[in-house]
Design a protein around this ligand. Structure first.
Ligand code: ADP
Ligand code: MG
Length: 235
């Protein structure tokens, strides 16, 4: 916690792949100390929104602010330095490195260089006993934790998670939810793109529903997810 965490705000974001409009004017606010969720069917543009926020894809229109600062044109690594960390839907762990080495990469790329951050991230994700295990030897659920620990090792103030529960079992999802709630309680701004609506209902303060590159509904999970259920929208 400590210093104030700036909010991440997107306004009227548009993004295209070739001629295809993947984002068609998205507004999104990701405030500190809250868990904000984005749900929606496959192809809705959730990952595209995520790439625009992280800086791996540049929006064709619209802007992104981090506190007072316009970060729309900043490259991904600069956003990471400013405190915006992410994980990947397709895992991006280095298989030849050990768990601790993977997490150290995150510390080096991150917002604050804190020598205790690697050990703290490993402990928070229950990875301390696996510190010296090569990532190649580990199952998906554990690799998701390595990926999250790597993002946390840079002491981020905004954390972007694309489908963090994909491939996890029930016990792992429960443990993940506990970690994410603790991070939000500590002041971190979290954005979670997630298919698991039970997890979203448990975690999120606000849910945004996307379809066809737009946000079509926003609100607290009990309200928004009930609306979805009533329409039997596949999510
Ligand atoms: P979601 O994460 O909600 O499933 P995406 O953001 O991945 O959706 O994709 C949104 C739309 O953009 C989809 O129609 C998808 O096929 C298309 N798309 C995504 N990535 C690319 C790409 N690299 N090139 C072309 N089209 C893409
Ligand atoms: Mg996606």
């Amino acid at each position: 916690a400590g210093d104030r965490v700036p909010a991440l705000t997107a306004r009227a974001l548009h993004a295209t792949y070739g001629g295809f409009k993947a984002l068609d004017g998205v507004d999104l606010h990701v405030p500190p100390a809250r868990i904000t969720a984005v749900v929606g069917p496959n192809g809705a543009g959730k990952s595209t929104l995520f790439h625009c926020l992280a800086g791996t894809l540049h929006a064709t229109q619209g802007d992104i602010h981090y506190g007072d600062r316009n970060i729309t044109h900043l490259p991904a690594h600069t956003r990471t330095r400013l405190g915006i960390a992410r994980t990947f839907q397709q895992l991006a762990v280095f298989p030849s490195l050990t768990v601790a080495e993977n997490v150290r990469v995150g510390a080096e790329q991150g917002h604050i260089t804190d020598p205790t951050a690697v050990a703290r991230a490993l402990r928070l994700l229950g990875l301390t006993p696996l510190s010296n295990t090569p990532a190649a030897d580990l199952p998906t659920g554990t690799l998701r934790r390595v990926e999250l620990a790597r993002a946390l090792a840079g002491s981020p103030r905004v954390l972007l998670l694309d489908e963090p529960a994909a491939g996890l079992d029930t016990a792992e999802i429960t443990a993940l939810a506990r970690v994410l709630k603790a991070l939000a309680a500590d002041g971190t701004a979290l954005l979670v793109v997630e298919h698991d609506l039970d997890l979203v209902a448990d975690l999120a303060d606000v849910v945004h529903v996307m379809t066809a590159g737009r946000v079509i509904a926003s609100g607290p999970p009990d309200h928004v997810l009930d609306t979805l259920g009533a329409q039997e929208t596949p999510v």
